[in-house]
Design a protein. Structure first.
Length: 93
């Protein structure tokens, strides 16, 4: 019969779920990509709801800066695909 005063060395080791938590922590690039995706999502939401292009309002209608902003948001979406795959593979491990 098991007793409560069993020495620690005799107890079964139960792995903690938080032991692998460091593998799913987002880095700085990941956070920048997520923020850009949020900005892009808000812009698309405003376009759909009220026909307001926030990026064009800030940078000018199809100016070079607006084009760069659209490209960077698109690249962050591609990076998010990679990030999701990376996090999914870490979860399976």
């Amino acid at each position: 019969m098991a007793t409560l005063d069993t020495p620690l060395t005799e107890r079964r080791h139960i792995s903690d779920r938080r032991a692998n938590a460091h593998t799913s922590v987002l880095g700085a690039v990941d956070w920048v990509a997520m923020v850009l995706l949020i900005v892009g999502g808000i812009n698309w939401g405003l376009m759909g709801l009220m026909n307001i292009d926030l990026i064009a309002m800030v940078f000018g209608e199809m100016s070079e800066a607006a084009r760069v902003a659209y490209i960077v948001v698109g690249l962050s979406a591609l990076y998010a695909i990679y990030l999701c795959a990376r996090l999914a593979s870490n979860r399976r491990a």
